[in-house]
Design a protein around this ligand. Structure first.
Ligand SMILES: [Cu+2]
Length: 265
């Protein structure tokens, strides 16, 4: 229904609602635009100098324009109260239970996205500044913490299973970044000092999207949507949506690989 807007392909369960809201706003604004433009043209002709040589300081006596204004305000109130606020509440207030979702911590930094999975136990390992190493441990994960033994971290590579609620807990190490994935209809600032949850259900795998768009190299891209410094333009991450089985396999492999005993310790 909203193809005429030319939005990016849609790949989440809630995205249709966002698109239809955007569609309705465009329709109402088009009506307003045409209405006001028509009124403007009418005034230009009706009050032209040859027809209205002397200014009338009283102006209109009918209430037609008041009714017009009221109608516009009512339509805007309906947009806000009837559509936007309920949709906003559904996105922000009703976050699914963590037990039914996949929780991923995503931490922005200049200029990359750090991704952290809890691993099989579902518990995130402890992080501490003293373990932080820009090269090898950019989240400061304590690998000796039992909860962290199976954790998986990646940089700029977010793997997600299909059709499962995903809760992304957004953080930032330095300045304000913004996590935006256009196909997911998701965009949220990452603010230093805050942990902000967002959630969505991806419903098209990367492979399906490649077939659908006819682009064999298609990737979902996490674009940092806040100008965050000189390297902002190269702050790109990639989301790969796979089937739940493929996801589990990937996570297990990474977990084994990243938590192999260190021969030098
Ligand atoms: Cu950024």
């Amino acid at each position: 229904m909203t193809e005429w807007l030319g939005l990016p392909a849609l790949a989440t369960a809630h995205g249709g609602q966002i698109d239809s809201l955007i569609g309705w706003i465009h329709i109402f604004m088009l009506v307003l635009f045409v209405g006001w433009l028509g009124f403007f043209l009418y005034c230009l002709v009706r009050y032209r100098r040859s027809r209205q040589p002397v200014a009338d300081y009283t102006g209109v006596r009918s209430h037609a324009s008041n009714y017009g204004e009221i109608a516009v305000a009512v339509v805007e109130a309906i947009l806000l109260v009837g559509f936007s606020i309920p949709l906003w509440a559904a996105r922000v207030d009703h976050i699914p239970a963590e037990s039914e979702a996949l929780v991923v911590e995503v931490t922005g930094e200049q200029f990359a996205w750090n991704i952290h999975y809890a691993g099989r136990d579902g518990k995130f390992g402890r992080t501490d500044l003293k373990f932080l190493d820009v090269q090898s441990n950019s989240l400061g994960l304590d690998r000796d913490d039992p909860a962290g033994k199976d954790d998986v971290t990646t940089m700029n590579q977010l793997y997600l299973p299909l059709d499962k609620p995903i809760i992304v807990k957004l953080r930032s190490k330095d300045v304000i970044h913004s996590f935006g994935v256009p196909e997911f209809r998701v965009k949220q600032d990452a603010v230093p000092g805050l942990t902000i949850p967002i959630w969505f259900i991806p419903n098209v795998t990367t492979a399906d999207m490649r077939t659908r768009t006819g682009n064999a190299e298609f990737e979902y891209e996490i674009a940092c949507a806040q100008l965050c410094g000189l390297g902002h333009a190269k702050m790109r991450g990639f989301v790969t949506v796979v089937t739940p089985d493929e996801f589990q396999k990937w996570l297990d492999e990474k977990s084994t690989e990243q938590n192999a005993p260190d021969p030098f310790r």
